[in-house]
Design a protein around this ligand. Structure first.
Ligand SMILES: [Zn+2]
Length: 232
């Protein structure tokens, strides 16, 4: 198959799986649009992730979890053709890390899978969680369950593993289709978000620690009244 450009890939709508959407007119839809607009304006990603004044933390986390799921599904979709049982016999992130799947139902014990199967199980599981209206209420009249934040931690921890696999094993493909800036931006956004609300612990983030130190160098947001003017 000939290489196709990254934008071409997207314009054909060849996504890995259908995107979950927010219904226009809902609060979560406008939060989602707000988050998207801040991103395209190219402002500091470290500031973009902060909870806007007057917004509910759970709503802010819900829209981000769904957006990250959609974006990571798209990113994996760009390499999935190259991620097979032959190329990726285990779900590893370099020689030091191997992930085992466990869902408490079908796989009660941590089970080894080739990466494509592991990622399919992972994405199906995340999709089932975010489509479960008890966990992710569609209407803002319905409160979030008490278990919402712990569930989001688990989802984000697992989604991070897709970044680990893509970066460590399929980065050549990402570069070949010109998607590197896009993937890096998505990763940085994800990283700043999970650190801002302490949603993934640093031990889990270890496999990409060096790369993170390299690409996540945005300045911490400075207070409005800062007198820090280095050129004067
Ligand atoms: Zn792979």
């Amino acid at each position: 198959m000939a290489l196709i450009g990254f934008m071409e890939f997207f314009s054909k709508g060849k996504t890995f799986r259908p995107k979950k959407k927010f219904n226009p007119g809902t609060l979560r839809y406008s939060l989602h649009k707000q988050a998207q607009a801040s991103l395209s304006s190219g402002i500091n990603l470290r500031s973009v992730v902060q909870l806007p004044e007057g917004e509910e933390l759970n709503d802010w986390i819900a829209v981000h979890v769904v957006d990250f799921f959609n974006r990571i599904a798209l990113i994996y979709g760009t390499v999935s053709e190259y991620c097979t049982e032959e190329t990726c016999q285990t779900m590893s992130g370099g020689p030091r890390f191997e992930y085992l799947w466990e869902d408490g139902h079908k796989y009660k014990k941590p089970t080894a899978f080739p990466a494509p199967q592991y990622i399919a199980l992972l994405m199906d599981w995340v999709e089932a969680q975010i489509n479960n209206e008890t966990m992710f209420p569609v209407s803002t009249d319905v409160p979030f369950p008490r278990t919402f934040i712990p569930l989001c931690r688990k989802i984000l921890k697992r989604l991070f593993r897709v970044f680990v696999h893509v970066y460590i094993h399929h980065f050549d493909r990402i570069v070949a289709i010109g998607a590197e800036p896009h993937v890096n931006t998505c990763y940085k956004h994800f990283y700043y978000f999970v650190r801002e609300f302490d949603l993934v612990n640093t031990k889990e983030l270890e496999p990409l620690k060096e790369m993170t130190a390299h690409i996540c160098r945005d300045q911490s947001p400075t207070p409005q009244n800062s007198t820090d003017t280095p050129n004067k």
